[in-house]
Design a protein around this ligand. Structure first.
Ligand code: PHE
Length: 347
C-alpha cells in the first residue's frame, strides 16, 4: 500500500511538472517537443508510468491504471487546448505583421521605350517593307573597294573628300555609307532587286548635327525600265507616311559618283506647311535624303547589263530624320542616354 501511495505521488508530481513546464512554453513548436516528452509515443513520461504496473499488487492494478489513464487524458486535453490557443495567437501575430496598408501609394512603374533611333529605324522599315523591300544588313568593316572603288569612286577621285574616312589599314575601313551594301547585293543577286539596308556608318566628322558614328538606311531598286519617276513616286509615298499626308517632295540636282543623275530630296516643311519657319530656315523646304539613278558604271562593276537593267538608290540619315521629326537640334542628345530626353521621344 505504501508503495502504491509512492507511485500515486509520482502521478501527482508528473502532473505538476506538466503544469509548470507548460507555463514556460513560448511557441507551438516548443509545445510540440514538450508533448513528445510527456504524452506522445511509448517513451512519453506518462506512458513510462504504466511500466510500473508490474510492481503493483494485483488487486490494486486496476486503480493505478485508471489514475495513469486519467492523467494521460487530462494531459492530452490540457496540452491540446494549449496548442489550439497558441496556434491561434501565432496566426493573429502573423496577420498583424503581414498587414497590408491599402492606403499606401502604389510603387510607380516606369515603362521603358525603344531608343528614338530604333523607333525611327523601325518606322522607316515599316514604310518600305509595305512597298515590298527586303532587308539586307551589310558589315560595318568594309574594304576600300566596296565602300568607294566599286561605287565609281576610285583612288584620287575628288568625291572621296566628301566623306572623311576612318581607315583600319590601306585596304580596310569603317564603312562611310550603307551604299557599300549595294555592291554586295548586286554582285550576288540577279535583278529584280529591291533591298533596304539599315546600319551604322562612320565618318571623322563631329559637330552639332554630325557624329562620328551615325545610322543610314539605304534603298536600292534594280529592274528593267526603272527611272527617276519611279524614285520620285516612291519618295512621295515615303514622306507622306513619315511626315504626314500633306507633305510633298521636290528634287534638286546634286552629285554622287554612284548615281547619274543625282538628286537631293527635299520635303515641304511639315512644321509650317511650306510658309517658312525656323525649322526650314524660312525656305519652306527641308532636305531629307540623297538619291539618284544608279550609275551605269556601278551596274557594270557588278556584272549587271546596264543596257537591259536600270535602277535607283537612295540613302536616308536615320538620326537626321529623327531630329527633324522630334525637333532635336543637337545630334548628341540622341547618344547621351539621358533618360529625361529619351523618355520624351516615344511614339
Ligand atoms: N551614300 C550617300 C551618302 O552617304 C547617300 C546616297 C545613297 C546617295 C544612295 C545616292 C544614292 O551621302
Amino acid at each position: 500500500m505504501q508503495e502504491l501511495n509512492g507511485l500515486n505521488d509520482n502521478i501527482a508530481v508528473l502532473k505538476q511538472e506538466i503544469l509548470d513546464g507548460a507555463e514556460k512554453l513560448g511557441s507551438s513548436k516548443e509545445l510540440y517537443e514538450f508533448k513528445k516528452t510527456y504524452v506522445d509515443g511509448k517513451n512519453g513520461k506518462v506512458n513510462q508510468l504504466m511500466k510500473e504496473m508490474r510492481n503493483i499488487p494485483a488487486d490494486q492494478k486496476a486503480a493505478y491504471g485508471k489514475s495513469v489513464n486519467e492523467l494521460k487524458s487530462w494531459a492530452q486535453e490540457f496540452l491540446g487546448g494549449l496548442d489550439e490557443k497558441m496556434k491561434k495567437m501565432e496566426l493573429e501575430k502573423r496577420y498583424e505583421a503581414e498587414q497590408v496598408d491599402i492606403s499606401m501609394p502604389a510603387v510607380k512603374k516606369i515603362p521603358g521605350n525603344l531608343h528614338p533611333i530604333t523607333q525611327m529605324r523601325n518606322q522607316l522599315i515599316d514604310v518600305f517593307a509595305g512597298m515590298g523591300f527586303e532587308i539586307y544588313e551589310g558589315s560595318e568593316v568594309e574594304t576600300d573597294y566596296y565602300n568607294f572603288t566599286a561605287l565609281n569612286t576610285p583612288q584620287d577621285h575628288p568625291a572621296r573628300d566628301m566623306q572623311d574616312t576612318f581607315y583600319l589599314s590601306p585596304e580596310f575601313l569603317l564603312r562611310t555609307q550603307t551604299s557599300a551594301g549595294q555592291i554586295h547585293v548586286m554582285e550576288n543577286r540577279k535583278p529584280p532587286i529591291k533591298i533596304l539596308s539599315p546600319g551604322k556608318v562612320f565618318r571623322s566628322d563631329d559637330d552639332a548635327t554630325h557624329s562620328p558614328m551615325f545610322s543610314q538606311m539605304e534603298g536600292l531598286v534594280v529592274d528593267k525600265g526603272i527611272t527617276l519617276c519611279d524614285l520620285q513616286g516612291m519618295l512621295d509615298e515615303f514622306v507622306k507616311k513619315i511626315y504626314g499626308e500633306g507633305t510633298r517632295t521636290r528634287l534638286r540636282p546634286s552629285y554622287f559618283p554612284f548615281t547619274e543623275p543625282s538628286v537631293e530630296v527635299d520635303c515641304s516643311c511639315f512644321e509650317c506647311g511650306g510658309k517658312g519657319c525656323k525649322l526650314c530656315k524660312g525656305t519652306g523646304w527641308i532636305e531629307v535624303l540623297g538619291a539618284g539613278v544608279v550609275n551605269k558604271k556601278v551596274l557594270e562593276n557588278c556584272g549587271i547589263d546596264s543596257d537591259v537593267y536600270s535602277g535607283f538608290a537612295f540613302g536616308i540619315g536615320i538620326e537626321r530624320t529623327a531630329m527633324l521629326k522630334y525637333g532635336i537640334n543637337n545630334i548628341k542628345m540622341l547618344f547621351e542616354s539621358d533618360l529625361r530626353v529619351l523618355k520624351q521621344l516615344n511614339d
